[in-house]
Design a protein around this ligand. Structure first.
Ligand SMILES: CC(C)(COP(=O)(O)OP(=O)(O)OC[C@H]1O[C@@H](n2cnc3c(N)ncnc32)[C@H](O)[C@@H]1OP(=O)(O)O)[C@@H](O)C(=O)NCCC(=O)NCCS
Length: 169
């Protein structure tokens, strides 16, 4: 892989960032998920997870952390993490298509893993679509292994057909 030559800056998402994060999510999802899930499911999940009100609520939640990555002035990705059922979960990790495979995802995973470690958690978990081979490859590279397969009803007639992966700290 190549690496980003400029420095990657990771900062917390704040309320004024919400519209840009929501728009970036749509751009990345549209580039990533057709062929993995239907357009109807993409639209449903974007509204459910990246609607502005939902993101403002997430920012107020003491058990959630929203991090964003910049190269210079350009916002190129984000990682959301949270305490989920007593475990530390990397809930979202998205890098702009033209900045993928340059180490940005790895930098955000390291940032989130450091937080989990400081808080005393033994591992970081995540859920990834079973057909998302690029992401699964990336997670393996950074030390995650599959723990279990799950099918989760997310409403609207849709399910998430995922692997739960775990990285020991
Ligand atoms: C998955 C993702 C977060 C990884 O972030 P990234 O910055 O691209 O990853 P890194 O550069 O740190 O790591 C690269 C590794 O990811 C995997 N990978 C990333 N893009 C890939 C591609 N197009 N083809 C094959 N493998 C790929 C490889 O294992 C790669 O390692 P290598 O380059 O040494 O072979 C990013 O590609 C992304 O946002 N993808 C689309 C959205 C998505 O699927 N998010 C995860 C949802 S659970």
């Amino acid at each position: 892989m190549s690496t980003v030559t400029q420095q990657i800056d990771i900062t917390p998402v704040t309320p004024p960032d919400v519209p840009a994060i929501s728009a970036l999510a749509r751009e990345i999802w549209q580039a990533s998920y057709p062929g993995i899930i239907t357009q109807e499911q993409i639209d449903f999940m974007l509204e459910q997870r990246y609607g502005h009100e939902r993101l403002y609520d997430d920012l107020e939640d003491a058990d959630k952390w929203l991090d964003q990555a910049f190269v210079g002035d350009r916002r190129i990705g984000f990682a959301f993490s949270e305490i989920y059922k007593g475990e530390f979960k990397l809930d979202k990790l998205y890098i702009h298509p033209d900045m993928q495979r340059q180490g940005v995802g790895g930098a955000l995973i390291a940032h989130v893993a450091e937080r989990a470690k400081k808080l005393g958690y033994p591992c970081v978990i995540l859920a990834v679509n079973k057909r998302n081979e690029k992401a699964i490859g990336s997670y393996r590279k950074y030390g995650f292994a599959v723990r279990e397969a799950i099918v989760d009803d997310i409403g609207g007639g849709f399910v998430m057909d995922d692997y739960v992966m775990e990285k020991k700290l």
